[in-house]
Design a protein around this ligand. Structure first.
Ligand code: NAD
Length: 439
């Protein structure tokens, strides 16, 4: 059992804290809001993540997991301090490190025993050295510390599984002993551990996210070519993905990537590259393709409907992907803005993201079911592929719409079946219909 402090109780911090407690450690999670801490003690979580509520409750009751707003309480006995605060995009696309800076200074002032400071936030290359400088500048006691970069690779929606079953653990530090000590904390997970230097570990995280975003933009570009030439991108992806050198993951053509990581991380790496004399032309193309993907949907629907003025458009799903309530950089946001700017009225339903969406998209009508969204609508856009959208009574939906136009933004429906039910079905790169028209 180790004593651990985790700063930040978002998707990464809370999952890290709860899972490390579940592995038998004593974890204190520090965050700035008393309300959040009090709620967490009552089992009310600030985020939605499948399975997290149960694991938080279990470990809180077992007194392995604590919540506080006090850094003093968090750091009092800690041997490891995890920084898991947000690193959002700044105005130029750079990573905003203000939370990390603030956190490092707060830690420094309270260091009373030797600690390993673990950076889990995704940060620009060189930040680990800079965190060490901040600690040295602000520390009051002459205490030894080491900084280890330990980037997180979990996916929202399956975060607990991913934390407990990682493909690898990446640790980067100038202090090999500290990295080894941290590696021991992860031994119950029985996975490959890569120990490297600080900057390389930080770069591994950015390179991984940028590669995944590239894979999605690549298949979206293929989808657009398929659409022009009458091939089906679903089959193309299946054919490509069966090649072990390529692999099937992240080959789903659709409305493009969004969320709290890919958009900001691709932007941040492009920014870091450009400010260090490199020319990140591929990263720029990856972002451009992603943005165009949403514009194409709006354009294709406009061609069908003639105009958006006065039309009712229904959105199925709002979160950037299924099984999360995270609305950060969700494709739905841009879609709504484009639709509203052209005079459409937008309605939407999402199983868990509507509360978050209401803060970002206050002007749309929120419905209590997919059927209510469809009632009298001129078109439906499937935005996030929640499982519950896969088994809907599509006949009922088609009949209830003013005009049964279905834009399948994630290619989850069978074009032929949808057409047989009376839909004017459009997908992403699904080839031609029997009359040679793009689907
Ligand atoms: P989040 O916004 O969900 O959580 C950030 C947390 O930090 C919040 O609880 C916030 O209140 C807290 N915080 C901010 N400043 C603080 C301070 N000074 N003191 C105490 N608490 C503070 O963010 P997230 O999604 O958990 O991401 C955190 C980091 O992990 C980011 O760098 C992100 O890029 C990275 N990451 C995220 C994911 C993901 O899927 N969300 C996956 C891997 C890595």
């Amino acid at each position: 059992m180790k004593n651990i402090c985790v700063i930040g109780v978002g998707y990464v911090g809370l999952v890290t804290g709860a899972c490390l407690a579940d592995l038998g450690n004593r974890v204190v999670c520090v965050n700035r809001s008393k309300e959040k801490s009090d709620n967490l003690k009552k089992g009310i979580l600030p985020i939605y993540e499948p399975g997290l509520e149960e694991i938080v409750r279990r470990n809180y009751e077992a007194k392995r997991l604590e919540f506080t707003t006090s850094y003093d309480e968090g750091l009092h006995e800690a041997e490891f301090v995890f920084i898991a605060v947000g690193t959002p995009s700044g105005s130029e696309g750079e990573a905003d490190l203000s939370h990390v800076t603030q956190t490092a200074a707060e830690i420094a002032k309270r260091l009373v025993r030797p600690v390993v400071i673990v950076n889990k936030s995704t940060v620009p290359i060189g930040t680990g050295d800079w965190v060490a400088d901040i600690i040295n500048e602000h520390k009051v006691n002459d205490v030894e510390f080491a900084v280890v970069s330990n980037p997180e690779f979990l996916r929202e929606g399956s975060a607990i599984y991913d934390f407990m079953n990682p493909d690898r653990i990446v640790l980067g530090s100038t202090n090999r002993q500290a990295a080894q000590k941290l590696a021991e904390l992860y031994t119950p997970l029985q996975t490959t551990t890569i120990i490297t230097d600080l900057r390389t570990a930080e770069m591994i995280k950015y390179a991984s996210n940028c590669f995944l975003a590239t894979k999605i933009s690549f298949i979206n570009e293929m989808a657009n070519i398929c659409e022009a030439l009458g091939a089906d991108v679903l089959e193309v992806a299946r054919g490509m993905g069966s090649d072990k050198r390529i692999g099937p993951a992240f080959l789903g053509a659709g409305l493009g990537w969004g969320g709290s990581c890919f958009p900001k991380d691709v932007k941040a790496l492009a920014h870091i590259a450009a400010t260090h004399g490199s020319h990140p032309q591929m990263l720029r193309a990856v972002m451009e393709i992603n943005y165009d993907q949403r514009k194409r949907v709006i354009q294709k629907l406009r061609e069908i409907l003639g105009t958006y003025r006065g039309k009712v458009i229904g959105l199925l799903g709002l979160s950037f992907k299924p099984n999360t309530d995270d609305m950060r950089d969700a494709p739905a946001i841009e879609l709504v803005h484009m639709l509203e700017s052209e005079g459409a009225k937008v309605r939407a339903y999402d199983p868990v993201a509507m509360n978050n969406a209401k803060r970002i998209l206050p002007s749309i009508v929120y419905c209590d079911s997919p059927y209510a969204v469809a009632e009298g609508a001129d078109a439906l856009i499937l935005v996030s592929e929640w499982n519950e959208f896969k088994q809907l009574d599509m006949q009922r939906i088609a009949r209830s719409m003013r005009r049964p136009v279905l834009f399948d933004g994630r290619n989850i429906y069978d074009p032929e079946k949808m057409r047989a039910l009376g839909f004017d079905y459009r997908g992403i790169g699904r080839g031609y219909d029997a009359n040679g028209q793009p689907l």
